[in-house]
Design a protein around this ligand. Structure first.
Ligand code: ZN
Length: 238
């Protein structure tokens, strides 16, 4: 009798200890205006989805922003100009250098369909505030009570020329880097200077600014933490 009681207490304490540790925030930053709204919404609503029985929707939404198994990209093979190939390779390398081992961007294997294509275009849809480049990204989550599956389909479009001037390699690099920033969850900011601000022609970045690299790392840490919290909370639900 006494032994059984002790065991009950021990397991109860263990659950509390685990729950407490997981709930200590990784000093949760304020992402307002810096992180895409749908990603912010995933962060703020995923735990309540569990309470509504949609654990795998919550986990799928987290995965669709975190890409725990990576997200594959490839440059449109019909692009002939080596300048664009160099710009693309540099942009992939720059994000990998900025995020180190936590960079989910991966080059698609030759001959396989990437999740995100990078293309050149002679025209972008007007009136969307994307003058030089654009990412169209679909994050689809299929889920049941026990499983989830994420389907990512996207295109990064880079304008070939703007007001009669062909984009330089540095400009194409900067635009690709910016659009990849969106893929990683960053939103546009209004001020000139940061990667996610408007690009001024002729004044391009050569790497991901440290502040924005830190922001992506923080975002990924929070998404990973939420994934653990969702799993833990789901395990306590009847
Ligand atoms: Zn943008």
């Amino acid at each position: 009798m006494g032994a059984a009681l002790r065991w009950l207490w021990a397991s109860l304490l263990l659950v509390v200890a685990v729950a407490t540790r997981a709930q200590v925030p990784v000093t949760e930053p304020d992402f307002t205006g810096l992180v895409l709204k749908d990603v912010q919404q995933t962060i703020s609503t995923c735990l309540s989805e569990v309470q509504h029985g949609r654990t795998h929707l919550a986990l799928g939404r987290i995965d669709s922003a975190l890409f725990p198994n990576g997200v594959t990209l490839a440059l449109d093979p019909t692009v002939a100009d080596p300048l664009t190939h160099r710009a693309f390779a540099r942009a992939m390398r720059a994000w990998n250098e900025a995020l180190g081992l936590d960079c989910p961007l991966q080059l698609a294997k030759t001959g396989t369909e990437p999740e995100v294509w990078v293309r050149l275009t002679s025209m972008l849809p007007t009136g969307m505030g994307h003058e030089l480049g654009l990412i169209q990204l679909e994050r689809r989550v299929q889920y049941s009570r026990t499983l989830h599956r994420v389907i990512i389909k996207g295109t990064i479009s880079v304008l070939q020329a703007h007001r009669g001037h062909a984009m330089t390699e540095d400009e194409q690099f900067h635009i690709m880097l910016h659009e990849m920033g969106h893929l990683l969850g960053l939103d546009d900011v209004p001020n000139v200077g940061p990667l996610m601000g408007p690009m001024q022609r002729g004044r391009t970045l050569t790497a991901v600014p440290a502040e924005e690299a830190v922001l992506v790392r923080q975002l990924r840490a929070i998404l990973r933490q939420r994934s653990q919290q969702v799993t833990l909370l789901a395990s306590t639900m009847p």
